[in-house]
Design a protein around this ligand. Structure first.
Ligand SMILES: Cc1cc2nc3c(=O)[nH]c(=O)nc-3n(C[C@H](O)[C@H](O)[C@H](O)COP(=O)(O)OP(=O)(O)OC[C@H]3O[C@@H](n4cnc5c(N)ncnc54)[C@H](O)[C@@H]3O)c2cc1C
Length: 404
């Protein structure tokens, strides 16, 4: 294993760190002030568009895409330290560089499985940052961590497919710029192979029958900067058969393909969030005095900071090892490591953020520091992209199998 950053990574890191200092951190406050004045909180503040233009002009654009024809052409190991830096400002930086979920996964799916026509119509504007997108799988009525439960129907009718179903927690869908949905549903609900029942299909936002009903909350937050998490109803939504991605029955395999990179990107950004929390902890601990001495001199505070540093170093090494394995033996060969980081990282980062909140007192739960919102975001990653327990189950089964 060699995790040393190569010359290209070092160059991009230096550029990105400067971009964060000069443009992203100063824009955090501005974005909130501008959003408060918008006609709808789901619209995009001008400062975000300005950041996108600046990032693009500096070549800091689509870095997540390993395919050099479309994006940065970086390996996972090269992208990992960059995604970590983006995670320090998770509400702005990933969007500024066109590296925000769920667009990233959707773009990857279209590059790998899209037809030339689908690429022209949807991938190109996504790559250009002109539109946003959503991925609609989870349903309120069924345990959606088990994809075989999905009840949405995609029924062939002549030259069209007709879609009926209800989805929720569809990230990005509240943003009016979200022009395209990738919808997962069943084309063959009674098929013998439960992994071949599902398909994925492109549904433009303006298709009759598609209704974005309401914004679901996350611990009371609406996540405006992420375009929210919507409940979406599909009522006899009709799209041409050419909107199918890949083949009928290929939905499950496509979902698997998108999740490997998606999970590691989340973990990389989470480590950046943890670094931001450590920085805030240290700054607060030296600046605040209680009972005659700075908080930084309290043993308990020192323990929190030390433990946070140890944890982050461990997590980063595991994430880098996973990235390196994905690059060298492929996502399948890195299965155990991908699941390990998906289980370990959100859990540990939630604890670090919780201690950072504690150290900040009431300020920690307030809107004046980013900690409360970061905590809520990190906590959801124990659910999103598969709950901890589902990954634990599958990882444990593989371990046990060796002894059967
Ligand atoms: C902020 C946020 C954003 C999201 N964005 C999207 C999105 O863009 N698109 C989308 O489609 N979905 C999205 N989701 C949904 C997310 O992917 C699902 O919530 C997740 O897959 C779990 O599905 P579920 O909520 O139906 O939980 P369920 O499947 O009902 O599971 C509930 C609980 O049951 C337990 N459980 C389940 N299976 C097992 C098992 N095998 N062993 C032990 N325990 C188990 C776990 O504790 C689990 O948390 C998002 C969720 C959140 C919170």
């Amino acid at each position: 294993m060699d995790f040393a950053f190569d010359a290209r990574t070092e160059e991009l890191r230096a550029k990105l760190l400067t971009f964060m200092d000069e443009h992203v951190y100063p824009a955090e406050q501005t974005a909130e002030e501008q959003r408060a004045l918008l006609a709808s909180p789901w619209d995009t503040p001008q400062v975000v568009e300005d950041l996108k233009a600046e990032a693009r002009s500096q070549g800091l654009w689509n870095l997540f895409l390993p395919d050099a024809e479309y994006g940065g052409g970086l390996t996972n190991l090269q992208y990992a330290p960059l995604a970590e830096i983006l995670g320090r400002s998770p509400h702005l930086a990933p969007t500024a560089l066109n590296c925000a979920a769920p667009d990233t996964g959707n773009m990857e799916v279209l590059t790998q499985f899209g037809t030339e026509e689908q690429k022209k119509q949807w991938l190109q504007p996504l790559l250009a940052g002109e539109i946003r997108s959503a991925f609609a799988m989870t349903e309120p009525e069924v345990a959606s961590s088990d994809a075989t439960n999905i009840e949405t129907r995609i029924t062939r009718d002549g030259g069209d497919y007709v879609i009926n179903g209800r989805k929720w927690y569809i990230s990005g869908a509240m943003n009016p710029d979200c022009a395209i949905f990738i919808v997962m549903g069943k084309t063959d609900p009674d098929g013998d192979d439960i992994r071949r029942q599902q398909s994925q299909i492109l549904v433009p936002r303006d298709t009759p029958g598609l209704t974005v009903k309401r914004a679901m909350q996350v611990y009371g937050y609406e996540d405006h900067s992420h375009g929210g998490h919507a409940e979406v109803v599909f009522d006899n939504v009709r799209v041409p058969v050419t909107n199918l991605i890949g083949e009928e029955g290929g939905g499950f395999a496509i979902a698997q393909a998108r999740l490997g990179p998606g999970r590691i990107h989340h973990c990389m950004r989470l480590i950046g969030m943890a670094e931001r929390a450590i920085e805030l902890m240290c700054r607060r601990a030296v600046a605040r005095t209680a009972f005659g001495k700075p908080l930084a001199q309290q043993g308990v505070v020192q323990n929190w900071i030390a433990d946070a540093r140890v944890t982050v170093e461990q997590l980063r090494l595991l994430v880098l090892k996973t990235a390196w394995l994905m690059d060298t033996v492929g996502n399948r060969g890195a299965h155990t490591e991908i699941q390990s980081i998906k289980i370990a990282t959100p859990r540990a980062v939630v604890t670090i953020l919780d201690q950072a909140v504690q150290l900040h007192g009431a300020g920690g739960v307030s809107q004046d520091f980013p900690l409360a919102e970061l905590w809520a975001a990190a906590r959801t990653l124990r659910l999103a992209d598969g709950p901890d327990e589902v990954h634990q189950r599958s990882l444990a089964r593989r371990e046990i199998k060796k002894y059967l």
